[in-house]
Design a protein around this ligand. Structure first.
Ligand SMILES: Nc1ncnc2c1ncn2[C@@H]1O[C@H](COP(=O)(O)OP(=O)(O)O)[C@@H](O)[C@H]1O
Ligand SMILES: [Mg+2]
Length: 190
């Protein structure tokens, strides 16, 4: 990793143990990974609380070195439209997972930006590919996700990180980067 890597990536947790807060969620999701079996998952909560991070950790822990082949990340609000998203999903889902996990993972970010019609189409796609894929969906507000999708997913509601967790995290970065720690703490107070 180069020095110019942005810190959100450089310090993104790589394992379940590194994720701050969200203890119950981490515990349950880790159990799915240990069993090599999981339902579709809906991650709901505000920005910057670990939703994308946990989706990546699931893939890394499940598939290890082949995770990039078995994990597809898409943004539901892709400018090119939901048809592009759907076609990409179909292409990815039609081949079997590599390795000893019987499914691939599709991480679809910002699902609450999808119209109700697009969500209906997504629901059908989820059904069509359920034997070969599991979906990890992420949204800010689960209330914006249609019931038929919610009922097909195990829903996890993320909480904002506590001030202590954020302080821990900032201190760790400050130490590693040789930053003035006092400055970092003052900025947090604002
Ligand atoms: N629970 C957490 N524990 C540790 N770092 C976190 C956590 N949540 C967010 N971060 C930090 O913030 C960055 C953005 O988090 P991300 O998972 O992308 O948030 P979002 O919930 O918006 O998907 C991560 O790369 C990581 O550096
Ligand atoms: Mg995210």
């Amino acid at each position: 990793m180069t020095d110019s890597t942005i810190w959100t990536e450089k310090y993104r947790p790589q394992t379940f143990e590194d994720i701050k807060g969200q203890k119950k969620i981490v515990e349950r999701i880790k159990a799915f990974v240990d069993q090599r079996n999981m339902p579709h998952i809906l991650l709901a909560g505000p920005a910057g609380v670990g939703k994308s991070t946990i989706a990546l950790v699931i893939a890394k822990e499940l598939f290890k070195e082949t995770w990039k082949n078995n994990f597809l990340e898409l943004n539901a609000s892709d400018d090119r439209g939901i048809d592009v998203v759907r076609n990409t999903i179909k292409e990815f889902a039609k081949t079997r997972a590599l390795g000893n996990v019987p499914f691939k993972i599709i991480f679809l970010d910002e699902c609450d930006s999808l119209t109700k019609e697009a969500q209906q189409a997504l629901r059908r796609t989820m059904e069509n590919f359920v034997t070969s894929t599991r979906f990890v969906l992420s949204c800010n507000y689960s209330s914006k996700i249609i019931d038929p999708i919610q009922s097909r997913c195990t829903v996890f509601r993320f909480k904002p990180l506590t001030k202590e967790d954020i302080e821990d995290y900032v201190m760790k970065i400050a130490t590693t980067e040789n930053l003035n720690v006092i400055l970092a703490m003052v900025m947090l107070e604002k």
